[in-house]
Ligand binder design. Structure first.
Ligand SMILES: *Cc1c(COP(=O)(O)O)cnc(C)c1O
Length: 397
């Protein structure tokens, strides 16, 4: 592996401190490196590979569908319609309880669309161009300039200033901190329903309900970033469905294509009718037949396997096991999360623990320096949780 790594480091821009592993392929919920060593995968390519890797049904449905689409046509242009885009749009808006969708190529781009929607919506109301968006501290929304501007972590932003203007930051789950920032210029409130990179912090139900009421009263758009917490990860297709607080605009990506790079932003008909129109937004690749065929097939497989119920069941089991682990080990401060999106906060840095886990064949990642993040494929079984806990516990001691 070292040869591949040395070679890669000669050409790749060094924007990641990568683990010293070259992965080759996956099977079930395991990844294999180029030496043939197996790893239990509790990272899933950062909450992307929800369906795991290459089991019989996946092989048959997703891989066949993608192969078929590659043979037919991978890309046309948004100047024309395609059957896969029609199907993906119909199925996705249905499970998301939204009316309109725009397909993007990544999560960050979905956030760009969300920001543009909010600004256009407000612009059409009063013609002014100084509207403000309220986002949350410790949020993460992506690395493009717009998405970075609403990301509540100064460390990510600093070298790239100036950001886009008129973004204000409130404190997650502190309604008064939001209220203090609201004024006549406020056009939208943006938050992750469950903060991911910021350390696995779920929203409080009461906080979301108060935001919904405030937004309704003032005609402010409530916008949820469900890029990490959505697509079944929390035990509902989208996390906000667990809270019963429907946003006006939302973003998804990560598991949407289960490894095929695609994102989307969606909105209600009310917002669609009063925001982006022809000429306002576009993407050459966005929603091409290949990625839309992936979305469409992924959504079919989610339904066929009843994945949200499966996540509820295995998520509860994972929660129990992590709580038990936290009770046993002094260095664990707290467990947080919903379903198969969990975090363990430690009183120490977790880097060395993660390296030890990798050595023992377990892929785990962090979210911040002192939090271990658990975002496995959604198809894991209880036995996989047991195996993960055994390895982690061994590494902790
Ligand atoms: C990963 C992530 C993004 C950015 O998605 P990319 O596909 O990496 O651009 C945005 N928001 C959240 C909550 C994420 O987890």
């Amino acid at each position: 592996m070292q040869e591949y790594i040395d070679k890669a480091e000669q050409s790749l821009l060094h924007t990641y401190n990568r683990y010293q592993i070259v992965f080759d392929h996956g099977q079930g919920v395991h990844l294999y490196d180029t030496d043939g060593k197996a790893y239990l995968d509790f990272c899933a390519g950062i909450a992307v590979n929800a369906l795991g890797y290459g089991d019989a049904e996946l092989e048959k449905e997703l891989i066949d569908a993608l192969s078929d689409q590659v043979r037919k046509v991978t890309h046309i242009s948004n100047y024309y319609y395609s059957v896969p885009a029609m199907e993906a749009a119909t199925k996705l808006t249905k499970v998301a309880q939204m009316d309109r969708v725009f397909f993007t190529n990544s999560g960050a781009e979905a956030i760009e669309g969300v920001i543009k929607t909010a600004r256009k919506y407000a612009y059409l109301k009063d013609g002014s161009t100084d509207h403000e968006i309220i986002a949350m501290d410790h949020s993460f929304h992506g690395r493009t300039m717009g998405a970075l501007s609403v990301t509540g972590n100064a460390h990510y932003r600093e070298a790239f200033e100036p950001m886009i203007g008129n973004i204000r930051f409130a404190t997650m789950n502190d309604f008064d901190s939001v209220l203090a920032l609201v004024n006549d210029k406020t056009c939208a409130i943006l938050l992750e329903t469950v903060q991911g990179e910021g350390g696995i912090h779920p929203a409080d139900g009461e906080f979301l309900q108060k935001l919904r009421k405030l937004c309704d009263e003032k005609d402010i758009l409530l916008m949820f970033d469900e890029i990490q917490c959505g697509m079944g990860r929390c035990g509902a297709m989208f996390a906000w469905q667990l809270y019963g607080v429907r946003p006006d605009v939302m973003a998804t990506a990560k598991a949407l294509g289960c490894g095929v790079p695609v994102g989307a932003f969606m909105m209600t008909e009310k917002v669609a009718k009063a925001s982006l129109v022809a000429g306002d937004h576009g993407s050459t690749y966005g929603g091409n037949p290949l990625v839309c065929r992936a979305i469409s097939t992924v959504l079919d497989l989610f339904e066929k396997r009843n994945l949200t119920d499966h996540v509820k069941e295995v998520g509860e089991y994972l929660t129990e096991k992590l709580d038990a682990l936290a009770a046993k080990h002094d260095q664990i401060v707290e467990r947080r999360g919903i379903g198969l999106m969990q975090g363990l906060e430690f009183s120490c840095e977790v880097g060395p623990i993660l390296l030890k886990c990798l050595e023992k064949g377990l892929v785990l990642i962090n979210a911040g320096t002192n939090i271990i993040r658990f975002v496995p494929p959604l198809v894991i079984e209880k036995e996989d949780v047991d195996e993960m806990i055994d390895i982690l516990e061994e590494c902790l001691s």
